[in-house]
Design a protein around this ligand. Structure first.
Ligand code: ZN
Length: 194
């Protein structure tokens, strides 16, 4: 089997996906090969189309296929929730409870990985802070998330804006997307001033 070049190539591509090891990649590859040609074409097209059409909202940095995402276009709010990555916006939206807007940082401060304030969308955040009452910092509960939260609060609090952080309870080092909804909802509701 290892001599079938096209299967090996497909498996190598599938292995680039998070959480997909060789075994799973082979299962996916055979499943794709067993689809009829039309299905495979539609599958491939949807991958290319998603990549071409989806980009980041020019205001908040969330995923969108418009210039400005629906949340930024439709919601008027004086609360901004600051998250690490664009996918975190979807995680919060799935809770169906939060009615404010978002700001995606595109990472967190990490001296070890040479990620400093200029590498994050912090300037863009500060530029949005007119008529804002509260900034909720929803960075991850680990060293980098803590450092980022502290850095942001030092910039934002002097502007007279309330800065809060998600309550503890989210396991250390866990991505928000892997946190169960009840825990995340609790952490959002019990957020604390920092
Ligand atoms: Zn947006």
């Amino acid at each position: 089997m290892k001599y079938i070049e096209s299967i090996n190539k497909l498996v190598a591509e599938l292995c680039k996906l998070p959480g997909v090891g060789k075994k799973t990649a082979y299962r996916y590859a055979y499943s794709i090969i067993n689809m009829d040609e039309e299905e495979v074409a539609s599958f491939a097209t949807s991958i290319v189309e998603a990549k071409q059409k989806v980009h980041f909202c020019s205001v908040c940095g969330a995923y969108t296929d418009q210039e400005v995402c629906e949340i930024c276009a439709d919601r008027k709010s004086d609360v901004i929730c600051v998250v690490k990555e664009a996918k975190d916006v979807d995680t919060f939206e799935k809770l169906g409870e939060y009615t404010g807007t978002y700001h995606v940082l595109n990472g967190q401060l990490s001296p070890m990985n040479n990620i400093g304030p200029d590498d994050l969308r912090i300037k863009e955040l500060l530029a949005r802070l007119t008529d804002v009452k509260e900034v909720i910092i929803a960075t991850t509960p680990d060293v980098e998330g803590d450092a980022t939260a502290l850095y942001l609060s030092r910039l934002i609090k002097p502007l007279g804006i309330q800065v809060t952080r998600l309550a503890r309870g989210i396991p250390m080092g866990t991505d928000l997307e892997f946190t169960d909804e009840a825990t995340l909802l609790g952490a959002l509701k019990d957020r604390k001033n920092i």
